[in-house]
Design a binder for this molecule. Sequence first.
Ligand SMILES: Nc1nc2c(ncn2[C@@H]2O[C@H](COP(=O)(O)OP(=O)(O)OP(=O)(O)O)[C@@H](O)[C@H]2O)c(=O)[nH]1
Ligand SMILES: C[S@@+](CC[C@H](N)C(=O)[O-])C[C@H]1O[C@@H](n2cnc3c(N)ncnc32)[C@H](O)[C@@H]1O
Ligand code: SF4
Ligand code: SF4
Length: 340
Amino acid sequence: MSAQPHPLLAPLDRLGRPLRDLRLSVIEACNFRCGYCMPADRVPDDYGLDAAGRLSFDEIEALVRGAARLGVSKLRITGGEPLLRKGLPALVARLARIDGIDDLAMTTNGTLLAPHARALREAGLRRLTVSLDALEPALFRSLSGGRGEVADVLAGIAAAEAAGFDALKINCVVQRGVNDDQALALVERFRGSGHVVRFIEYMDVGTCNGWRRDRVVPSAELRARIHARWPLRALDAQYRGEVAERHAFIDGGGEVGFVSSVTAPFCGDCHRARVSADGRLYTCLFSAEGIDLRPTLAQGELAVAERLAGLWRARADRYSEVRGSADAPRRHVEMFLIGG
Ligand SMILES: Nc1nc2c(ncn2[C@@H]2O[C@H](COP(=O)(O)OP(=O)(O)OP(=O)(O)O)[C@@H](O)[C@H]2O)c(=O)[nH]1
Ligand SMILES: C[S@@+](CC[C@H](N)C(=O)[O-])C[C@H]1O[C@@H](n2cnc3c(N)ncnc32)[C@H](O)[C@@H]1O
Ligand code: SF4
Ligand code: SF4
C-alpha cells in the first residue's frame, strides 16, 4: 500500500517531474574494476571510504522514510558493490517495512550473490538486477579488471532463482569492438528463462572512463541484430518514464530490453534521485556536485522530507538531452559513487 504523501510535500521539479524513484548507494567500494566505471589504472585497489564515512542504517532509514513521504515508491540499492556492505540483509529488512516503498530492488555484479541470495530474499528484497557484460570467461575477467569470474555470477543467478527471485534483469553495458559480439550469446543463454537481458548504451558518466562515442552501439543497431535471429515486437512501457524499451520475442521466448540514454534520451520523464553512500543527493546521474543531506538525516524523516522537497523543486536536470551542447555540465560524479 502506498503512503499518502504529506499534503504539502508532493513536489514537482522545474520541468514538472515528480520524485518517484530513489537509488541508494550503500557502499563506494567495489571488488571489480570495470573500465567504463572504475578503471583499475585510475582507482587504487584499496579505494573506499572507511566505514565511518558511510551513512549508518539509522540515517538510511530516515532518508527513505522521508523520501516515501514525498511519494517515492521505488527504491533501488546499489553501490559500488552493495554486497560488500556488512549487514546488508538487516538493512533490507528495515527498508522493506517502510510504508509506501512498494518496489525494493538491488543491482549487483553478482559475484557474492550465491551466499547472500536467500538472506536477502527472506529480508524482503523483491527484485534483483545482475550486471553481466560477457559470457566468454576470459573476456568477462578482462572486463572486470581481472577481478571476476563469470562462473561466480552464473552461480549467483542460480542461487537467486533457488531463493525465489524470478524475472531477474540481466544488464549488459555494450561497447563496440569490446563485447558487442557477446550480445547474441547472452540473449540465447537467457531466452526462455523468465529473466530479461537488457542492453545498456555505454555512457560518458564520470571523469575517468575514457568514453568515446564511436564505442557506443546504438540500441537500434543491436535490436536489428537480435531481430534478424529471433524476431521481436515492441511492447508498451509498463509505466510512464520506464528506462528500458521492451521487446518481446515473437516465438514466446520472453523479452529483451534496451536502455538508450545516448541515442534516445528519456530525461522528460525522469523521476529518479540518487544518494551516495556518504549521504549526498544527486538529482541527475551526470551531476557534478552532490548535496550533503547528513545534517538533515539526524533531524528525522519529516525534516528530511521537507529538505528533499525543496531540493527537488529546484531541479532542472536533463543532461542526456543536452549532451554535447554548450549548456551540458562538463564535470560528473563517478558512476561507482552514485550507483548507476
Ligand atoms: N542517463 C540515465 N541512465 C539511466 C538512468 N537510470 C538508469 N540508467 C541506466 O540504465 C541502467 C539500468 O538501470 P536499472 O536500474 O536497471 O533500470 P530501472 O529502470 O531502475 O530498473 P527496472 O525498474 O528493473 O526496470 C543503469 O545502470 C544506467 O546505466 C537515468 O536516470 N539516466
Ligand atoms: C555502478 S554499478 C553498481 C552496482 C554493481 N556494482 C553492478 O555493477 O551491478 C550499476 C550499473 O551501472 C552500470 N554502468 C556503470 N558505468 C556505466 C557506463 N559508463 N555506462 C553505462 N552503464 C554503466 C553498470 O553496468 C551497472 O549495471
Ligand atoms: S559497474 Fe559495478 S561492478 Fe563494475 S566497477 Fe562499477 S560498481 Fe563495480
Ligand atoms: S540524464 Fe539525468 S535527467 Fe536525464 S534521465 Fe538521466 S538522470 Fe534523469
